[in-house]
Design a protein around this ligand. Structure first.
Ligand code: BDR
Ligand code: CA
Length: 321
């Protein structure tokens, strides 16, 4: 049976791939997309999400809710130096396309009220919307079946600073609230997991892009800018942390190793802002998350390649594709 979930996203590059999986995988039942401030300008992210739904032929079928336009207490930090516009320069005429009028935080609360204990959330951006929902309604975590989070590093290097991964760095206050709120959590970290198991080489990217259909060509285009950035910082390929997070939920057989951890987020220091301390069980701390340690990298690539082979009829023309 398909897995019902809400995708909370700062749509750019691999967030687009995550949305595609939500629409294309028959095991996915994507109920809503909620937008949160992160990678690139908020309106650009929203357009990227709408365009991605369109490429998959699902524009208008999945509601898109606009959420928090900045972190809880801090200024927004952009990753435009990493992702460009997050869409590889592609665009779509959005005349007449509407997003929902309900705020994303209210939608999260309402949807989980309508189906308590049934809906999963996959959060692949800063955790602002999720934390705001907790602040508004402390019973929210009990109504969420499982929360999958892309963020942090497992006692390893960050990416935006030496200490911190981008999603937790941008809104560490939100991340702290979320890890203390009582959700059932699975974490897909940046290091070492993503950088070891979810990097596609240029040859692999070309292999996917050579498939003759809009989804495959869109995939290659939206990932190109980030691929160049990744290579410039010594990562030998295109990084896919967000789509890996969706894949871990839909295809748990890809998980080779995971363990219970106590995850705490640094929100006081400037030097280590957003650092995720992941205590692996020997420090007497009560676990609050399962952290993915190892996935089947070849299986993940095959899965993405097969999904990007799906033939779709885009809902609207994609300019530049
Ligand atoms: C995370 O930050 C963003 O740039 C990506 O979309 C991903 O969610 C990786 O650190
Ligand atoms: Ca993201």
């Amino acid at each position: 049976m398909a897995i019902p979930f809400i995708l909370d996203t700062d749509t750019a590059q691999d967030d687009c791939v995550a949305i595609l999986l939500g629409v294309l995988d028959e095991l996915a039942d994507l109920r809503a997309v909620t937008m949160v401030a992160g990678n690139v300008g908020f309106d650009q992210q929203t357009n990227n999400a709408l365009m991605t739904l369109s490429v998959a032929g699902a524009l208008g079928e999945v509601p898109v809710f606009l959420g928090c336009r900045r972190p809880m207490v801090r200024e927004w930090v952009s990753a435009e130096n990493v992702h460009g516009d997050g869409a590889g320069g592609l665009s779509m005429d959005i005349t007449g396309v509407s997003t929902e009028s309900e705020h994303a935080v209210d939608a999260l609360l309402r949807l989980t009220h309508e189906e308590p204990g049934e809906l999963n959330i996959v959060a692949i951006g800063p955790l602002t919307n999720i934390a705001m929902a907790v602040v508004k309604d402390p019973d929210f975590p009990a109504r969420v079946k499982h929360l999958y989070i892309m963020g942090g590093s497992n006692n390893a290097r960050g990416n935006i600073t030496a200490a911190a991964e981008f999603n937790f760095y941008v809104d560490p206050d939100a991340a702290k609230i979320v890890f203390d709120a009582g959700f059932d959590i699975t974490v897909v970290p940046w290091e070492p997991l993503t950088v070891r198991d979810a990097i596609f080489s240029r040859a692999q990217m070309a292999e996917i892009g050579a498939q003759e259909n809009p989804v495959a060509q869109f995939f290659q285009r939206v990932c190109e800018t980030t691929l160049e950035f990744d290579e410039s910082v010594g990562i030998p390929g295109s990084s896919h942390p967000d789509s890996l997070t969706v894949a871990v939920m839909l295809h748990p057989e890809l998980v080779v190793k995971s363990a219970a951890y106590r995850v705490d987020i640094e929100a006081d220091s400037e030097l280590t802002r957003g650092y995720s301390a992941m205590s692996w069980g020997i420090h007497g701390l009560k676990p609050n998350a399962r952290v993915i340690e190892d996935v089947d990298a070849a299986g993940f690539f095959s899965y993405i390649k097969s999904m990007m082979a799906t033939k779709t009829a885009p809902s609207r023309a994609i300019i530049g594709l």
